[in-house]
Write a protein of this length. Structure first.
Length: 257
């Protein structure tokens, strides 16, 4: 047992599953005690997914995608980047009529996600590069969610105009693109340019900053119409749900380009 493992053990952290490979370590860990236990999937020292024992809400950035499927009767959702599966798990749990597909390039991530989630996903898991999938896909979706990371950075190809164009083409006319952008040392200075590329491709973009994770931005852009209307309609869908109060506040403070 290494020193870090000893420290984590003293802090009440328990490793559920670990995959070591050259240059990175994937770990599923649990912290805390019932009923406040938190399970997280770690990529090196970056949290890729997190979920509480007591429910499906994380009170973190993942919850900020939850309002979007409520805009559609039977939402067809494409999630780019699996992580532990928090986003598809939340959507499936809250929207029984949702049809969810997930694209994940990393086979080890797919493997370890099964240890992270205690409930098996109904979503189709597609082991493929997200860019290649968008290039060859024939289906169209109501929502495309991009949460594509290697450790603490998004490869430049997933911040490019080409990627955004392919994502927009994969949407139905009423569809919405949403992306998580997490600021890190390797992502510094890229947020403004990414927002500009989204605005140029989609025509409008909303930036929502989660209250508890101000380093993250949720970027929302509809295929047609304006982002401000989509955010306002989404906010209405979650009013009255106390678990989503912080998300509603964040949506009400959205900024637009």
């Amino acid at each position: 047992m290494d020193i870090l493992s000893r420290i984590n053990g003293l802090l009440g952290e328990r490793t559920i599953k670990e995959i070591r490979r050259e240059g990175s370590v994937l770990r599923v860990v649990e912290r805390g005690k019932h009923p406040n236990q938190i399970r997280s999937l770690m990529y090196n020292n970056t949290v890729f997914s997190s979920i509480g024992e007591s429910g499906i809400y994380t009170h973190s950035y993942w919850d900020h995608f939850i309002p979007l499927p409520a805009l559609f009767d039977s939402p067809k959702v494409l999630v780019l980047g699996l992580g532990g599966g928090t986003i598809p798990y939340q959507i499936e749990s809250l929207y029984p009529k949702a049809d969810v597909s997930v694209v994940e390039f990393d086979k080890d991530m797919i493997n370890i996600s099964r240890a992270f989630l205690k409930k098996k996903l109904k979503a189709r898991i597609i082991n493929e590069d997200a860019s290649s999938f968008l290039n060859r896909r024939s289906e169209k979706y109501h929502i495309v969610i991009s949460d594509l990371y290697i450790d603490d950075f998004t490869p430049d190809q997933f911040l490019s105009r080409k990627f955004l164009s392919d994502a927009r083409s994969s949407l139905l006319e009423s569809g919405v693109f949403a992306a998580n952008f997490a600021t890190s040392a390797r992502m510094a200075g890229k947020l403004s340019s990414f927002i500009s590329e989204i605005e140029a491709e989609f025509g409008s973009c909303a930036r929502i900053v989660p209250l508890r994770v101000p380093g993250n931005s949720i970027l929302i852009a509809p295929k047609s119409g304006d982002a401000e209307r989509i955010v306002a309609e989404s906010e209405k869908k979650i009013l009255g749900n106390r678990e989503m109060d912080e998300v509603a506040i964040a949506y009400s403070r959205a900024t637009y380009v």
